[in-house]
Design a protein around this ligand. Structure first.
Ligand code: KIV
Ligand code: ZN
Length: 507
């Protein structure tokens, strides 16, 4: 049996550090559930000391998710480790991941600590973390720009006091694959006690090399890869876990390792992360992009029709891309709808199915064929929408050549309803001004995007917006055949998230 590679998913921690990717605790739980279905070995659920919301999310995931190890991040500081230990208390399998920077620039300029102070803090952190769990990971932040001898000295010291995983982050995405492989090999050969620990790598994608660096590390002794779904994360992101997985699976002739995951859950996981974070997947993204299995050129299409393997190295079914057997339309009944939902890989409760079906019927009455993307948009809009403080009841707009665009909206909050009107330079502007009056919370609209799910004018339109307050971005999504309604829904969702994050009630 080939050696196992442990998959450490940090979508909910490093991934959530992507600008605009802030997630509700409920959304984090949904993603964690899906990651458990995918079968990753470790879920880094958050950075508990960083905010009340992160603490609650880690706690909830620790309590509810079974299977993967649940991990919480902590700086090499007493308070961080105690808070992480508390958040993880009820996890069946838990890990504390503590870190401190070891590069000269970080130690001098950021930490203002001497190397020996850093080493001492690392030792104390691991010792304290071991009081909460036997599973402790230590990361030397900015390892690839650190002095190798000092790096080895720190790793040796933390192993002596009980670290069980040693992580080598390429924090700024600076390493080249052969350099990074060499670094891993040196650490494996020179650090006393390393044979009892797992060597892990954590690569950022600033030069587009995160996956290549991770693979090079595996070939030189690493056995854990850290990454995120869709490669989201700080700046250019992290190693895309789905790419690491499918490279190992597809090139098993050249990579002598195995991963214990259900690859058919990849597509579903990728869509869920994109829907809930509001971060779109580029069409040509490897493994999960819309075009990853599309063939345009005549020669290619001809080849694929004769035998897929002429131009496809992965069967799309392997990653769970639905191969539509059921086509839905206005005459489709509940049974066909439920079958389609299953085919697309969703697991909905009876109540969620009922709600999604009502929405499907409304749309099917007005649109000829319902595509898989339509269904995905319905589920994202109806089921995965985060809890709402304010709910959009209706939106009315007058607009046209020579008219002053005017909008009236009604939003409800518990038993109260709020009606506001506004004029704007266009209908969306008028709607947004009216909605902003209801929420009455200062913010900046920083992004507004409209997408037609399928090509026709009767298609569902999907709107994504991002709003910013105090440097934090919140995204919202809305889908409807009426693009103005979709725009209103998206804005209300983003402002609801902002409201929840700032702990305000609104009106
Ligand atoms: O990139 C990094 O160095 C990190 C550490 C906390 C592991 O995210
Ligand atoms: Zn990172």
């Amino acid at each position: 049996m080939p050696d196992k590679v442990y998959l450490f998913d940090t979508t909910l921690r490093d991934g959530e550090q992507s600008p605009g990717a802030s997630l509700y605790p409920e959304e984090k739980l949904q993603i964690a559930q899906q990651l458990a279905r995918l079968g990753v070995d470790v879920i880094e659920a958050g950075f508990p000391i960083s905010s009340r919301g992160d603490f609650e999310a880690v706690k909830q995931i620790a309590e509810m998710i079974e299977g993967p190890i649940i991990c919480g991040l902590a700086r090499a500081k007493e308070e961080d480790i105690k808070v992480a230990g508390e958040a993880l208390r009820l996890a069946k399998r838990k890990r504390i991941h503590t870190f401190i920077a070891t590069s000269e620039i970080h130690m001098k300029k950021k930490l203002e600590m001497t190397p020996q102070e850093v080493k001492k803090a690392a030792i104390e952190a691991v010792k304290l973390a071991r009081e909460f769990t036997d599973d402790v990971e230590f990361s030397a932040e900015d390892a690839t720009r650190s002095d190798v001898d000092f790096l080895c000295e720190v790793f040796e010291a933390v192993l002596e006091v009980g670290a069980t995983t040693i992580n080598i982050p390429d924090t700024v995405g600076y390493a080249l694959p052969w350099e990074f492989g060499e670094l891993v090999r040196k650490i494996k050969e020179n650090v006393r006690g390393i044979d009892k620990a797992i060597i892990s790598v954590h690569c950022h994608n600033d030069l587009g090399l995160a996956v290549a660096n991770s693979l090079s590390a595996l070939m030189n002794g690493a056995r854990q890869v850290e990454g995120t779904i869709n490669g989201i994360g700080e700046r250019a992101g992290n190693a895309a876990l789905e790419e690491v997985i499918m490279t190992i699976v597809t090139r098993k002739d050249a990579i002598p390792f195995r991963v214990d995951v259900d690859t058919t859950q990849i597509y579903r996981t990728s869509r869920l992360v994109s829907d809930l974070t509001g971060l779109p997947i580029q069409p040509n993204k490897a493994i999960v992009g819309d075009n990853a299995f599309a063939h345009e050129a005549g020669i290619h299409v001809h080849g694929v029709m004769k035998d897929r393997r002429t131009y496809e190295i992965i069967d799309p079914r392997q990653v769970g891309i639905p191969q539509s057997r059921i086509v839905l339309g206005k005459h489709s009944g509940r049974h066909a709808f439920e079958e389609k939902i299953r085919e697309l890989g969703y697991e909905l409760s009876r109540e969620e199915l009922a709600r999604a079906y009502v929405r499907f019927k409304e749309i099917a009455d007005r649109k000829k064929g319902i595509t898989d993307r339509d269904i995905e948009a319905i589920i994202s809009d109806e089921i995965f929408a985060p809890p709402e403080t304010f709910r959009l009841d209706y939106v009315q707009v007058t607009s046209g050549s020579g008219l002053l665009p005017t909008a009236t909206v009604r939003l409800t909050k518990e038993e109260s309803s709020f009606v506001e009107s506004a004029v704007g330079v266009g209908p969306v502007d008028a709607i947004y001004k009216a909605i902003a009056k209801v929420f009455s919370i200062p913010h900046q609209l920083v992004d507004f995007r409209v997408e037609s799910i399928t090509g026709e004018t009767e298609a569902l339109g999907e709107v994504t917006v991002r709003v910013e307050k105090d440097g934090r971005i919140h995204s919202g999504k809305g889908a409807s055949q009426d693009i103005l309604e979709a725009a209103a829904k998206a804005y209300v969702q983003a402002l609801n998230k902002l409201l929840a994050f700032s702990g305000k009630e609104g009106r």
